[in-house]
Design a protein around this ligand. Structure first.
Ligand code: 13P
Length: 349
């Protein structure tokens, strides 16, 4: 199957009432793990690359690895997404490479660290939408600022410092025309999100629900949504790791989000934990091993297991065959004639 528009994928998720995991990749094994899980569960997928990942793998390697995934899995809809673009230029370069979706994270200035003003965010996000939509490319924006730092991108601090204001979310969605909106509800990137199982004082699901009520046609995105399960932490620590006790976003809270307009769920940390635990186990228990395949194979399997579990929990499992891909040129026409601005897209069977 050719790569699909993330907008089509999210519109279908809205129609089916499920969420779609957006999993980060840096290398071949992670892409294979996601595709293994997608095949196993018959799921549509979003494969996303941060700026750090694009630099680590080199743009063309990563792009062609994701294309290989599409070529080898013609039955699976795949959206290729730029995670946390820090500037118009970053998004433009992803679109020119062939990404079918970009995130313009204008919540931070282009240093990727300093919170921007509302007007700066609207301006740069709008500029990306004006460039992307005529090419049929989906745009995700962010209003409010997440906590933590991922791949050098982030304001740091806790997720509670810049919770999204629902009024601003409405104005932002209207003025930018984004297809999907990431909101800040207390989550942060990385393993250290919460010091105990989060309740409503730190994980603001009430804010998410309020935003969904005001913007029922906007696909919401939950970033920083790894659950950081204890069993994955334990494997790392059992085999010489030094993770401090920590909590992520419970799956049941993500499922509550999905019942309230969340269509894209970003997860990276859980996969990193799964792979690292598997690698540590091999190297710790079998110190004589030196062939990378001896530890990369179990690492890939461990990631596939956690991704397949999330696909089932988010509800995307079983939906890969629901629709045929709409060519990106047709999606562009939908933006041009206005049918894609607020109306969910209904795909041909
Ligand atoms: P986690 O660190 O919770 O996996 O979040 C990843 C993310 O939001 C990528 O944009």
């Amino acid at each position: 199957m050719p790569l699909v528009s993330m907008r089509q994928l999210l519109d279908e998720a809205a129609k089916g009432g499920y969420g779609v995991g957006a999993f980060n990749v840096n290398d071949m094994e992670q892409i294979q793990a996601i595709m293994g899980a997608a095949k196993e569960t018959n799921s549509p997928v979003i494969i996303q690359a941060s700026r750090g990942a694009r630099a680590f793998a080199q743009d063309r390697y990563l792009f062609h690895l994701i294309l290989a995934a599409a070529e080898l899995n013609p039955e699976i809809p795949i959206a290729m997404h730029q995670d946390h673009g820090n500037s118009f230029e970053t998004c433009k370069s992803a679109i020119e490479l062939g990404y079918t979706s970009v995130m313009m994270d204008g919540s931070l200035k282009d240093d990727g660290k300093t919170p921007s003003t509302f007007e700066e965010n609207v301006e740069v996000t709008r500029k990306v939408v004006e460039f992307a939509h005529p090419l049929g490319v989906t745009v995700e924006g962010e209003i409010g600022v997440l906590g933590g730092v991922e791949d050098g991108h982030g304001a740091g601090g806790t997720g509670l410092e810049h919770i999204t204001d629902p009024d601003q979310a409405v104005e932002f969605a209207e003025r930018t025309g984004v297809d999907a909106l990431a909101i800040a509800i207390g989550t942060s990137h990385g393993a250290y999100k919460f010091t105990k199982k989060p309740d409503g004082s730190v994980l603001k699901m009430d804010v998410l629900i309020a935003i969904h009520k005001r913007l029922p046609n906007t696909h919401l995105v939950m970033h920083g949504s790894s659950s950081v399960p204890k069993d994955l932490q334990d494997v790392i620590n059992e085999y010489g790791g030094k993770l401090k006790e920590t909590w992520g976003v419970p799956v049941e809270e993500i499922q509550l989000g999905i019942r309230n307009g969340v269509r894209k769920v970003n997860a990276d940390t859980d996969n990193r934990l799964a792979m690292t635990g598997a690698i540590r186990k091999v190297l710790w228990t079998q110190p004589e091993k030196f062939d990378p395949r001896d530890y990369m194979k179990p690492a890939r399997e461990a990631m596939q297991k956690v991704v397949a579990q999330r696909m089932t929990q988010f509800g995307q499992a079983g939906h890969a065959g629901d629709y045929a891909p709409i060519p990106i040129s047709e999606i562009a026409k939908g933006y041009a004639d206005g049918s894609l601005t607020t109306q969910p897209l209904v795909a041909a069977k």
